[in-house]
Design a protein around this ligand. Structure first.
Ligand SMILES: C=CC1=C(C)c2cc3[nH]c(cc4nc(cc5[nH]c(cc1n2)c(C)c5CCC(=O)O)C(CCC(=O)O)=C4C)c(C)c3C=C
Ligand SMILES: [Fe+2]
Length: 413
């Protein structure tokens, strides 16, 4: 695992204050490979400036925005190429996008004369991550270079997918700890795509704001559960093999992102008694401890799927989410989850249009998301409180070196 230098101003470490789905990664950052990261010091006037000044370099062997802790705000945007855009137009777009992303991540104007509406907030840990959809390869004359791992996801029982909010030729994930910074970056990238690609769909999500909890904690989702505990961590044996691809050549060091907009049926969920909610997940709601561990268990107590109570009843129910999703139940299938909550107002029936923007990164979806979701869709007690409403799969190429752009080995190789 190669390190990516992260500059941050003086003050509390972002990793020391950050909750969210990546908190496990934050713990890992203290040791192991990520402990090699350089934390350069820069002056900061106050705590607010300390958060705004945090920088995650755009350039590096891997794209930023995969293993870094989830920021407070995310924007997902899918684009379709215009029919007039060929391979050289796509290369120009990715070159321009990469250069703008690198500058914004460094806290610089995206371009000369750019209006910089977010200037006084610093980069706020801005990351910009680019992905390629299966449809891109035909349109750009690259059909023979489409990776097998980009094969269409199968339909899953219960899917209620909206095609207008699914798929896309290109995907951009923008994360930042300040909403204005994230939305500004999105607007810059949309503008730079003019004449080459058009937005297909946009989604906004959020996670814990750094400093919102008194000590580092795994984040919670809108059902109230501690979510992200058993994510694989960069220092775990097998992490790179599970998350990062080794081929084809232009994808070595990249990953595959499965995205799902999952609406939570919160009105039904909220009326369930606490013990039902905990049984459905297999973990305590208060602290995320596994139900297999008894009263002394803590969040990080290993899950014991075989544990029974004195009557011989499984402590983690047969249809508990953590049992059905576990790698041990799915032939070792694993993925790095990096989800964000969304709350997009009310549906016509008055229920909240809210849930989880679920992202899973893996070396190959056929050995990650697909088998796990196949099992969840049939046997997960949580699934009756969820609706999968949108879906997409993108190849997320490796990062670009200084002066290069994301996807260059594909487009110029
Ligand atoms: C196909 C993969 C998964 C989908 C889709 C998914 C949706 C989903 N999950 C939660 C809440 C929790 N999930 C938790 C654990 C967990 N979930 C998955 C996979 C999917 N979840 C995995 C692989 C795991 C880890 C299982 C294990 O090995 O223990 C948990 C427990 C805490 C944790 O480990 O993160 C919660 C809570 C929601 C609300 C949701 C859809 C909206
Ligand atoms: Fe889950």
């Amino acid at each position: 695992m190669s390190g990516r230098a992260v500059d941050r101003p003086a003050g509390p470490s972002r990793r020391a204050v950050l909750g969210g789905a990546g908190a496990g990664l934050a713990v890992g950052a203290a040791g192991g490979a990520w402990g090699r990261r350089a934390w350069a010091q820069a002056p900061a006037a106050d705590a607010g400036a300390a958060l705004g000044g945090a920088r995650v370099p755009f350039h590096g062997p891997r794209q930023a925005g995969i293993v870094e802790p989830a920021q407070a705000r995310v924007e997902w945007a899918a684009f379709d190429l215009l029919s007039s855009t060929r391979r050289d137009g796509l290369a120009a777009l990715l070159r321009t996008w990469s250069a703008a992303a690198a500058r914004m991540a460094a806290g610089e104007p995206a371009a000369e004369g750019e209006n910089q509406i977010a200037l006084d907030a610093g980069p706020s840990s801005l990351t910009v991550t680019f992905g390629f959809g299966a449809t891109l390869f035909d349109k750009a004359g690259l059909a023979d270079r489409r990776p097998e791992a980009l094969a269409a996801l199968p339909a899953f029982p219960g899917d209620a997918l909206d095609p207008a909010r699914s798929g896309g030729d290109l995907w951009v994930q923008i994360g930042a700890d300040d909403a204005l910074v994230a939305v500004h970056a999105l607007r810059v990238l949309v503008r730079l795509a003019t004449g080459l690609a058009a937005p297909r769909w946009l989604m906004s999500g959020f996670a814990r704001t750094p400093g919102a909890t008194p000590h580092p904690m795994t984040g919670r989702n809108l059902m109230g559960q501690v979510d992200g505990t058993n994510n694989p961590r960069p220092q775990d044996a097998g992490f790179d093999a599970a998350v990062f691809a080794t081929g084809p050549d232009w994808m070595a060091g990249g990953s595959y992102a499965v995205l799902r907009r999952i609406r939570m049926l919160l009105e039904g969920w909220d009326t369930l008694p606490l013990d039902r909610q905990e049984r459905i997940i297999g973990r305590r709601k208060s602290d995320g401890a596994p139900l297999s561990g008894g009263p002394d268990a803590v969040e990080r107590t290993p899950v014991d799927l075989a544990a029974t109570d004195p009557d011989g009843v499984l402590r983690i129910a047969p249809d508990a989410h953590v049992r059905v999703a576990a790698a041990a139940s799915n032939g070792g299938a694993a993925m790095l989850r990096r989800g964000f909550s969304f709350h997009d107002g009310l549906l016509p029936d008055g229920s909240p249009d809210a849930g989880l923007l679920f992202a899973a990164y893996q070396a190959d979806p056929a050995h990650g998301f697909v088998p796990v979701q196949q099992r969840l869709a049939r046997g997960d007690g949580l699934s009756r409180y969820l609706r999968h409403e949108a879906s997409a799969l993108f190849a997320v190429p490796p990062g670009a070196p200084e002066g290069g752009y994301v996807g260059q080995p594909l487009l110029e190789g």
